[in-house]
Design a protein around this ligand. Sequence first.
Ligand code: NFK
Length: 303
Amino acid sequence: MLDYRAEFDAEVTLDGGGELRARGFRLNIPHADVTESEITALLVAALAPQRVERAAVSDVRIIAEPHPPAADTQAERVRFVELSHVITAGMVTAPGLPGPEITPHLTRLASRGVYAPGTEFAIDRISMLGNTGTYLDSPYHRYADGADLAGLPLEQLAGLPAVVVRAVGGERGVTAEMLAHVTVAGRAVLLHTGGDRRWGTPDYGVDAPYLTAGAAQLLVDRGAALVGIDAVNIDDVSPDAAGERPAHTLLLAAGIPVVEHLTNLRELPPLGARFTATPPRVAGFSAFPVRAFATVPAEEPEA
Ligand SMILES: N[C@@H](CC(=O)c1ccccc1NC=O)C(=O)O
């Protein structure tokens, strides 16, 4: 099998003003006999969402290459990074709140009486707060008329381009100043505070890192898609905060889901990862554990 690419020069006038001139631009093409107008159409599509007023290509050269084996395709060249804590019976997510109870509904032993000889199952029951382990808060967590877990579209939860903000070892609060030069529009903004180092210890909830009200407002104003933190709460939960929750209040009012208790954010590059945290679609429910993870482009294999 051969793959075909076109290499060409191009002159493009954009709808909103401005011009692009390209030399040696390359595009994948469906077959070896594409016409210049087909290449022009492919170029216009590749430039979306920019709208093109006029485009012309010249000096077209067709390149044929052997089709790469399946394991080598773009889609497969990613590395997965685990960003969630393990949930175990009785564990403490937030000190002072009850941990999950995990019990059998049907044991393997008891199931032998239900199924054919040699066929057995375990059916398990869990009783827990929605805010257990690494979880996602829907707008409904804060607002009775906000989207609940069943109402969040996958576009807000899966495959989001991520930007990782390093805030390890400084002040507890992540401030608007620290985000001033970060491009957040349409991105999962992941706050790497190092708060997860104390996960599972009595100190996890004490003087923990958080997002300030000003920073939350900046993320709303600039259109962040989702906000995550590797700490006990996106808000300051110390006595100083007197029960106020400005980050939840602002982000969830804007329909921006919040993920708390992330871990392992140090493994992510500042840009280039894609973030996923999908809860089950429980109607009338506000928060639920997620398998939060990122995919990162894998390093090219050595030549
Ligand atoms: N978002 C609410 C509730 C909350 O954080 C929460 C509720 C139940 C169990 C654990 C919680 N927080 C941290 O794990 C708050 O900020 O207090």
